[in-house]
Design a protein around this ligand. Structure first.
Ligand SMILES: C[S@@+](CC[C@H](N)C(=O)[O-])C[C@H]1O[C@@H](n2cnc3c(N)ncnc32)[C@H](O)[C@@H]1O
Length: 225
């Protein structure tokens, strides 16, 4: 795998991210990427994914209940943006200790830490929190090629309280390839969630080249039990 610092082109970085295959690959990639992720990815691409998912979440009443989990929080763009809007009690969950360390340095415009707790967790294995801990769940950028597939949604439902609103962003191509629609239909038929509302949003505002124009499917659903 190429060295990140030698090739910070955002399209190459996305190719690298999409080529990971296992949780250990993710740990390795994000260990090397954590210190430069904000500059050479978030800023360079004009990343708008987090803002788009947050607005859908808040418009649907997502911050009304209590603590919120940011699944795959990375360096903390979701926590900062939520905090800037006055949403507190946000926990960040991520497999990468180095990404969590960066998230731990982030503050809101109000001067408060962006996150209440930062929790190292591999969603494919399990999150070290009790059932029904969160009243809202947000995720951007982790349900994508090489990262989390539909089976990880079961852990999201486990840690969500009944009536919790979830806003989960999923790369549009990955959504089709991995049949998220079938997973959601089964979960809804089993009474675990309501039928999700699906909204297509752009991920980048300033990316040119191969991955420009990539969109995400945001699944908005309520946990039933
Ligand atoms: C592209 S980054 C997205 C970070 C942030 N949400 C954002 O929108 O900028 C993907 C994040 O998912 C995390 N991740 C990858 N696999 C994971 C897993 N199995 N469990 C938890 N987090 C994981 C990575 O460590 C990384 O921080």
């Amino acid at each position: 795998m190429a060295d990140i610092s030698e090739d910070p082109d955002p399209n190459s970085l996305l190719d690298m991210a999409y080529s990971v295959e296992t949780p250990d690959d993710s740990r390795d990639l994000y260990r090397r990427w954590a210190s430069t992720y904000d500059e050479d990815f978030i800023e360079a691409t004009g990343y708008v994914y987090h803002d788009n998912v947050i607005h859908l979440f808040l418009d649907a009443g997502g911050a009304a209940g209590g603590a919120i989990a940011d699944v795959g929080c990375g360096t903390g763009v979701v926590g900062v943006a939520l905090g800037d809007l006055g949403v507190v009690d946000v926990d960040g969950l991520d497999i990468s200790p180095e990404m969590l360390e960066v998230a731990g340095t982030k503050h809101t415009v109000h001067g408060t830490p962006a996150y209440r707790n930062l929790i190292e967790a591999d969603l494919t294995v399990g999150v070290p929190v009790d059932d029904h801990s969160y009243f809202g769940i947000i995720s951007t950028g982790v349900f994508t090629h090489g990262h989390l597939g539909p089976s990880a949604l079961a852990e999201i439902i486990r840690i969500a309280a009944p009536t919790a609103l979830c806003a989960v962003g999923i790369n549009e191509h990955f959504y089709e390839e991995h049949r998220f629609d079938a997973w959601f239909a089964t979960a809804a038929n089993e009474g675990k969630i309501n039928a999700p509302e699906l909204v297509s949003v752009p991920i980048y505002d300033a990316l040119e080249g191969e991955h420009a124009g990539t969109r995400a499917v945001v699944a908005l659903f309520t946990v039933m039990a």
